[in-house]
Design a protein around this ligand. Structure first.
Ligand code: CP
Length: 307
């Protein structure tokens, strides 16, 4: 099967078959990153622009590494060092990049829908690296890859996503992806951090961490997205952590072989205690490793894998 899409904008628009194709392709790329010479010629002569209007460590670096391991030329543009600081609009920036004829543009932007706008404006493949509180499709794909790698399946697993669901593009993309793939998804957090009507996305809602993680296979902890909150929605981080920090006591409520996931960056001691983040249940760094493979797969399928 081929990926016939021009762009990867969100998990909402990706079919189960396409998700499986991306994960299978990513698995086949894992080996490249373990070689002494971590490079294959697959995308030689292709150019990838990473256009990041928001901070990133994992996503930007892994897209750059993914492109380089496939022998593409990768160029990073961040808002702070671009002509955006002189007032250039997103559309003008994109049109000028398009004029240099790259093959793909990876974009992260604080505005929900910015990658969708670009996808309509330019002929290149657009990959959404996170748009506001809307979607972060490549994160959900690497999360699903990690779950499948560690558990051998996604269907039938119980996954609790805990924290600031309302402001989390990671939660939204994972809810779309995990429910499509047959997992049972539970979301938990203080009432102010749970979007109204989220049950319509096919999830169960809890407001106590202990209720949410009881007997689950996967716990996905989320960071409080202070940068996206218009107003202070809880009294203090200490109070939040008293009720919603995953620690060595409450984790015993989950299954014995539970996996602990976090998209990063983590706030140690707030949503997750350091011993859990670094402990035997944690697959947080496996997620990061798989991020390179997933992004290699997407670049290959979008701009190199059509023939
Ligand atoms: N998970 C994630 O998107 O991390 P970065 O913000 O560091 O890219």
């Amino acid at each position: 099967m081929k990926l016939t899409k021009k762009d990867i904008l969100g998990i909402k628009d990706i079919s189960v078959e396409e998700i499986k194709l991306i994960l299978d392709t990513a698995e086949s790329f894992i080996e490249v990153s373990t070689r002494e010479i971590k490079k294959v010629p697959t995308l030689r002569g292709k150019t990838i622009i990473n256009l990041f209007f928001e901070a990133s460590t994992r996503t930007r670096t892994s897209f750059e590494i993914a492109g380089k391991r496939l022998s593409a030329d990768t160029i990073n543009i961040s808002a702070s060092t671009s002509s955006v600081v002189k007032g250039e609009t997103l559309i003008d920036t994109a049109r000028n990049i398009e004029a240099m004829n790259p093959d793909a543009i990876v974009i992260r932007h604080s505005a929900a829908g910015a990658p969708h706008l670009l996808a309509r404006m330019v002929k290149q493949s657009i990959i959404n690296a996170g748009d506001g509180a809307h979607e972060h499709p490549t994160q959900a794909l690497l999360d699903m890859m990690t779950i499948r790698e560690k558990k051998g399946r996604i269907a039938g697993l119980a996954v609790a996503i805990v924290g600031d669901i309302a402001h989390s593009r990671v939660a939204r993309s994972n809810i779309y992806g995990l429910t499509k793939m047959g997992a049972r998804v539970i979301v938990a957090g203080p009432a102010m951090m749970i979007p109204r009507d989220i049950e319509r996305m096919g999830v169960s809602v809890y407001h106590k961490l202990e209720d949410a993680i009881k007997d689950v296979d996967i716990i996905m902890m989320l960071r409080i997205q202070m940068e996206r909150q218009q107003q202070k929605i809880f009294p203090s981080l200490r109070e939040y952590s008293n009720y919603f920090c995953l620690n060595r006591n409450n984790i015993t409520l989950a299954k014995d072989d539970v996996l602990v996931m976090h998209p990063g960056p983590i706030n140690r001691g707030i949503e997750i205690s350091p011993d859990i983040a670094d402990g035997p249940y944690s697959v947080i760094l496996d997620q990061v490793t798989n991020g390179v493979a997933v992004r290699m797969a997407l670049l290959y399928l979008l701009i190199g894998g059509k023939s």
